[in-house]
Design a protein around this ligand. Structure first.
Ligand code: PLP
Length: 463
């Protein structure tokens, strides 16, 4: 068969794949013992990536060696258990394995006819996530690169529906002269929400911001009067504090007015999948659309985001695409009808594999574990002299030193130490250190070691 075709070509391919697989194994086995950030030597070696483009072909095995030997040491070890930066999730072994296989399959998930396996994986994920998050039956999903794109999709579906309700076909007539929509969100909306508002043509200047409480969550008592032209974007999980907007009163108000509610739940939507955390997303089922990342809380490989839309017709209308050569509407699902892209990698495959491997209780346990480690931080930090500045309801913990200068110096020393990594932010008028627990690989010992490293960094010692 083709495996032996040409002998030499097959052998070279097999050797490349075997070498990459071995390197992936070696990396995973050693990542816990590596510095979390690459040192100066590893960064200097990256010059091997630069220089003029080769005039002609080289030896692929040598290229792979450069990646392994020079690229690997320059990675940020975010799969190792002591990476708490941004909200970057870890990587479950089944997700990695499924990703490797899916990459070998190189499926295009645009249409069912292009990849029955991708279509079936996406269809199953759509059904499973709808149930897992407690969303209305018939919810449509789009499998995209991340929450940025997922939020844009939700906003485009909203734009389509709200304008159609006003007798305006936005696909045909555009926004020039269209009825004006009101865009309402919390004062702590994520930057990607504002970006989506801009990309969708609403303009960020006309956003109406709702005041938030001490944890960065919208105050239900501060909601403005809404109307049927209102697109409301709420948040499940503030990127600094982890605070959740109160979805039920917001959804009630939006629904009573006849508007549209989108929920940015990049990492926090997964609370809905865990009985112990589900209260945080109470009312989610009343939203019209929501967005989430599998590459954050679920620890899927990058990139893996999902838009979920109760008004599937609006999502499909907003993202429709056709052409004489395009084959749609077969027995299998056509992914491109719910995504901005046409060609798209089959990220539903590793999403399916993770959900199948964890099951409902496994997803809940993963969410619960991240929250438990965050609670451990909140418990141990004060004993090391670090205040907890947020209400750590989910996976985020915010702390600081006595002064902004001390906070920044401490953070810089901690980041340079390679023991752990976390980022900074501004929170309620001061510089803070934000700890985001997002990896299944983080153990209780990792938390304790990280708190100790933070204390050493504050005290000026090399952690
Ligand atoms: C990470 C994040 C986003 C953006 O998600 P991407 O996957 O990076 O596009 C949006 N909102 C919140 C609250 C986030 O944490």
């Amino acid at each position: 068969m083709s495996g032996s075709r040409g002998g030499g070509e097959g052998a070279a391919r097999d050797a490349l794949i075997a070498r990459a697989a071995q390197a992936a194994r070696d990396y995973a086995a050693a990542v816990r013992d590596r510095p979390v950030v690459p040192g100066a030597e590893a960064l200097d070696a990256l010059d091997a990536f630069a220089g003029p483009m080769p005039d002609g072909p080289g030896d692929p095995a040598k290229v792979l060696d450069t990646l392994i030997e020079t690229g690997g040491p320059a990675t940020v070890a975010q799969t190792g258990g002591r990476y708490f930066g941004f909200v970057n999730g870890g990587l479950l072994p089944i997700g990695l394995a499924a990703r490797i296989l899916a990459d070998a399959w190189d499926q295009n998930a645009a249409m069912g006819v292009m990849s029955p396996v991708a279509a079936r994986a996406e269809a199953t994920c759509e059904a499973w996530l709808t149930e897992l998050f407690g969303l209305p039956a018939g919810t449509k999903a789009g499998f995209v690169s991340g929450t940025s794109t997922a939020t844009l999709c939700g906003l485009l579906a909203a734009r389509h529906r709200l304008l159609a309700n006003a007798g305006w076909d936005v696909n045909a007539r555009g926004l020039n002269g269209a009825p004006r929509l009101r865009i309402v969100t919390g004062a702590e909306a994520h930057g990607t929400v504002l970006k989506a508002i801009a990309m969708a043509g609403f303009g960020t200047d006309c956003v109406e911001y709702v005041p938030v409480d001490a944890n960065g969550a919208i105050r239900a008592d501060a909601l403005p009067t809404l109307d049927k032209r209102t697109l409301f974007i709420a948040q499940a999980g503030n990127v600094v504090s982890g605070g959740f907007d109160p979805l039920r009163p917001i959804a009630r108000a939006v629904r009573d007015a006849g508007g549209w509610l989108h929920v940015d739940g990049a990492f926090g939507l997964w609370a809905a999948a865990s009985p112990a955390q589900r209260h945080l997303t109470d009312g989610l089922a009343l939203a019209h659309s929501c967005s989430a990342d599998a590459h954050k809380t679920l620890n899927a490989p990058y990139d893996n985001g999902i838009v979920l839309c109760a008004d599937g017709a609006a999502l499909t209308a907003a993202l429709h695409n056709s052409g004489s050569y395009i084959v749609l509407g077969g027995a299998a699902r056509d992914g491109m009808l719910t995504t901005p892209e046409m060609s798209r990698r089959a990220r539903g495959i590793e999403l399916w594999a993770i959900l199948a491997a964890l099951g409902r209780s496994g997803v809940a346990a993963l969410v619960g574990q991240l929250c438990a480690r965050a609670a451990q931080f909140a418990d141990e930090l004060p004993r090391a002299g670090f205040p907890v500045l947020n209400d750590p309801v989910f996976n985020q913990v915010v702390t600081a030193c006595d002064t902004d200068a001390e906070t920044e110096a401490t953070l810089a020393r901690l980041q340079a130490s390679g023991t752990a990594w976390m980022g900074g932010a501004e929170w309620r008028g001061r510089k803070v250190i934000r700890i985001s627990v997002c990896s299944h690989a983080t153990t209780p010992d990792d938390v304790t070691a990280t708190v100790a490293a933070l204390a050493k960094a504050r005290d000026g010692a090399q952690p």
